[in-house]
Design a protein around this ligand. Structure first.
Ligand SMILES: [Zn+2]
Length: 208
């Protein structure tokens, strides 16, 4: 996914500065202003505002002025212009915050679920594993006895954790039989060798 970060300007208000004269041609009521809000965006989704820009032009002599070139009186009139609260400018920040909250919540829920499931292994459970050599893979539990579990390891390894789930296909479990005692399984979990346990929803049962 490609992210584009940058700033954009949005025209939020235009108007005329009343009862003031142009510093150049001295005509009254000819100064027009345009106020822009500059905001940062992430792939065109606005994140937060970073400043305001003001453009002033005389409709009579067409001279353009910077804010600093204007009299204190005109500057203060510009400062008191009512601007709408543009909440939309924070859209991206809200989305990012929600995404972050969801990800953190999900992480802890999964961690919690794994800690429960690992104590009560069931036939059919799929374990996502992290090996000490840095690779990832999974294994499926074939049989559970009083103190041991019998598994088949996946024929394939993954390089990245998010690829592990894609390996979980029936035809990928052939003949890599590995047995663990229940204590070894817990040890593996406490050494962060078990990332996730997938149990079919109908079998979700936290009793025992
Ligand atoms: Zn003018």
């Amino acid at each position: 996914m490609l992210f584009l970060v940058g700033t954009r300007d949005s025209n939020i208000k235009n108007g005329e500065i009343s009862n003031e004269e142009c510093p150049k041609c001295k005509k009254e009521n000819t100064l027009h202003f345009s106020i822009y809000r500059r905001y940062t965006h992430l792939t065109m989704i606005p994140l937060f505002p970073v400043g305001k820009l003001v453009f002033i032009e005389c409709s009579h002599c067409k001279e353009k002025f910077d804010y600093e070139d204007l009299s204190e009186n005109i500057q203060s009139k510009l400062r008191t212009e009512k601007l709408d609260n543009s909440i939309w400018i924070f859209t991206g920040s809200f989305i990012l915050a929600l995404f972050l909250i969801f990800t953190i919540k999900n992480y802890f829920e999964k961690k919690d679920e794994t800690s429960i499931l690992v104590k009560n292994p069931k036939e059919g459970d799929v374990y996502n594993l992290k090996f000490s050599n840095g690779y990832y893979s999974n294994m499926k539990i074939d049989k559970v006895t009083k103190d041991s579990i019998y598994t088949t390891h996946n024929d394939f390894d993954a390089y990245m954790p998010y690829e592990i789930d894609d390996l979980d296909k029936a035809e990928n479990y052939s003949d890599k039989k590995v047995n663990y005692s229940k204590n070894e399984l817990l040890k593996l979990y406490h050494e962060d060798g078990i990332l996730k346990i997938v149990r079919k929803k109908s079998d979700l049962n936290f009793s025992n």
